[in-house]
Design a protein around this ligand. Structure first.
Ligand code: CP
Ligand code: NVA
Length: 314
């Protein structure tokens, strides 16, 4: 079937996200069984090249996609703005048209969501959002996988988000609507979640509450999530850190959540800012499972984008 862009979780929809998670669980299990089995022996992306364009730093996204495409039989190719012509002003449209003639798929991490949309309009091959100022869908496939493998079903789950209203939060809100879970957002006064994502999730039937009281947001949560208070491209501002300080995920806040609630963070973390060391290093933290799951999740994103997974795959 035809290729598909993965610019946001909504491009896939709930059924296909569930298919991605199931495929990731299977491929992860096969890999954990190695050397008995032969993981990814089907080499479904044999001969395919994934071009990865980085206009921002990355460890997990870069490494997980790089290894994921290799394990699926393909080859990664990394371009960054410092050494490609993008950094000298070549347009996104021209870059997309050239990569589209040479590679088989593109993953882009950039400062401006409009650029991945522009890339998708011109590439003629699948384009995957590897983080923009607006969203981080690949991260959230890994997060959902992590929640499920720690024994929580998504429908009806309460997820508490604490801190800044950012790209990762937007994608979690979108996931809530698609996968039928509820979200409580604890954020300072004056911090406003993107209404496009909030309204879509509510229209899909999810309860999304926004409060300026951290304890209220965390109350009864099954999963507690936070992220850096200063995202890439944002100015480091002491005033912002001070505003967000009451929203730190610490032991007192985790005590408001359900016993056994899990703590997630996409990483990189600023321990002592958005999360205390005892929570980050503690038994409720599943952040390194979450980081590992990027590779398993990114395989299923790639397979979906190539039309090999999900509804109508073939
Ligand atoms: N979580 C995440 O996307 O990490 P990187 O910025 O290291 O890719
Ligand atoms: N919100 C963070 C996520 C990093 C993976 C950022 O955009 O920098």
């Amino acid at each position: 079937m035809a290729y598909r862009h993965f610019l946001d979780l909504a491009d896939a929809g709930g059924n296909d996200i569930a298919a991605m998670i199931n495929d990731a669980i299977d491929r992860k299990a096969a890999r954990k069984g190695w050397p008995k089995g032969h993981p990814d022996a089907d080499a479904p992306l044999s001969g395919r090249v994934l071009a990865m364009v980085f206009e921002k730093n990355s460890t997990r996204t870069r490494v997980s996609f790089d290894i994921a495409i290799r394990q699926l039989g393909g080859t990664p190719l990394i371009l960054d703005s410092g050494t490609s012509q993008l950094g000298r002003g070549e347009t996104v449209a021209d870059t997309a048209r050239v990569l589209g003639r040479m590679a088989d798929a593109i993953m882009v991490r950039t400062d401006d969501h409009a650029k991945v949309e522009e890339m998708a309009r011109h590439a003629g091959i699948p384009v995957i959002n590897g983080l923009t100022d607006r969203s981080h869908p690949c991260q959230i496939v890994a997060d959902l996988l992590t929640v499920i493998e720690h024994g929580q079903a998504l429908p009806g789950l309460k997820l508490a988000w604490l801190g800044d209203c950012n790209n990762v939060m937007n994608s979690l809100v979108q996931a809530a609507g698609l996968m039928k879970f509820d979200m409580a957002i604890g954020t300072p006064e004056g911090y406003v979640p993107d209404p496009l994502y909030i309204e879509a999730a509510r229209a899909a039937g999810s309860t999304i509450t926004v409060t300026h009281d951290a304890a209220e947001a965390a109350a009864g949560a099954d999963v507690v999530v936070t992220d850096t208070w200063i995202s890439m491209g944002q100015e480091h501002a002491e005033a912002k850190l001070a505003e967000l300080a009451p929203f730190q995920v610490n032991a007192a806040l985790m005590a408001k959540a359900k016993p056994g609630a899990k703590f997630l963070h996409c990483l990189p973390a600023h321990v002592g800012e958005e999360v205390s060391e005892d929570v980050f290093e503690g038994p409720q933290s599943v952040v390194f499972d979450e980081a590992e799951n990027r590779i398993h999740a990114q395989k299923s994103v790639l397979l979906w984008s190539f039309g090999l997974l999900g509804d109508g795959a073939g």
